[in-house]
Design a protein around this ligand. Sequence first.
Ligand code: ZN
Length: 421
Amino acid sequence: MYQRVAELYPICRSITGDGFRETLRRLHPDVALQLHEVPTGTRVFDWTVPKEWNVREAWIKDSRGEKVVDFARHNLHLLNYSVPFCGTLTLEELRPHLYTLPDRPDWIPYRTSYYKEDWGFCLSQRQLDGMSEGSYEVLVDTSLADGYLTYGECLLPGEETDEVLVSCHACHPSLANDNLSGVALTSALVSTLSRLERRWSYRFLFVPGTIGPIVWLARNDERTEKIRAGLVVACVGDSGSFNFKRSRRGNTELDRAAEHVLRHIGGDAVVEDFSPYGYDERQYGSPGFDLPVGSLRRTPHGRYPQYHTSADDLSLVRADCLAESLRCYLEIVRVLEGNRTYVNLNPKCEPQLGRRGLYSLVGGRTDAERREMAMLWVLNLSDGSNSLLDIAERARMPFPEIVAATRELLGVGLLEERKAA
Ligand code: ZN
């Protein structure tokens, strides 16, 4: 995953254009993505697919002809979605088009102007301080023209047609944690889950932020009924603690699964309620959809100083943190996959476990007590109204231990699955 972040880092991405396409193409062959191209001007609910943006070059030259700001050196230098411009300006005339971070004089800010036609440059405060009065030649050689919005989609079918949605935004240029960590983790989830047997179907979306999920939801309005759980992946590569943002409803199976996993994974995980601000959970959680989609991240957007600056680079993301995040996502998937409801076939008083070999089986094990306890919980609560996740929560035991106990009880015919009506 770290290598994936490093490989994609230099590409200049935006919500449309060749950088976005190139990013999705690089995910092949690990992720068999279907690329969708949606024409400029397409109406999607209250929005319209914007013109496609591409960059050839962009720079500011001083009076000696030296490039003092150059997109070729860092793609954050150009205000994302800048319209073409060519001219000679004084520093005073140039200033309204320059963006810096005075508090962080060495960092370049990341700024966009998707929905207002403008041009500009982002630079470090130190660079700006080094620019003397005088005239500057400016070139913004971009194109903003009718074209397409691209997004990638991948479906891994399971036994059931109900779906788990995993969505990440892939529209930021050279930013590592915000954006690329999510792209890398989502890709790794695709590769991992494609090799496993699946109960649910899994749909993965690699979309430009905001407009991407709006486009997908507009084109798949009816399909959303199939979504039983979903996660928005973002900011999963830094060393911060886990942070889970609940779905709009807040108490769906997805919410309970994620909270359960975080409670048992250790560390200082934080659970937050839904809010209509953040990443693409805003669209999935709009009232007309109200999908059971939450977001599992580490340090959320806007709460680390490097956020949306050139300091969100490869040094902020760690391979071990990415791996730990992937493990956490897979634990949530494990709960969603394994959460079934059973009925105890011997409900009047406890069944005799010793006679069925269950005590002797666990007798020599160091974890005997826990296994026995898990079996007692499963037998007691399996009255057809409690799922295995309900039982794990009530027993305060990790889900996999409850599943293991269930398997043993199924093996001796003490349980039967209660199929949903
Ligand atoms: Zn962002």
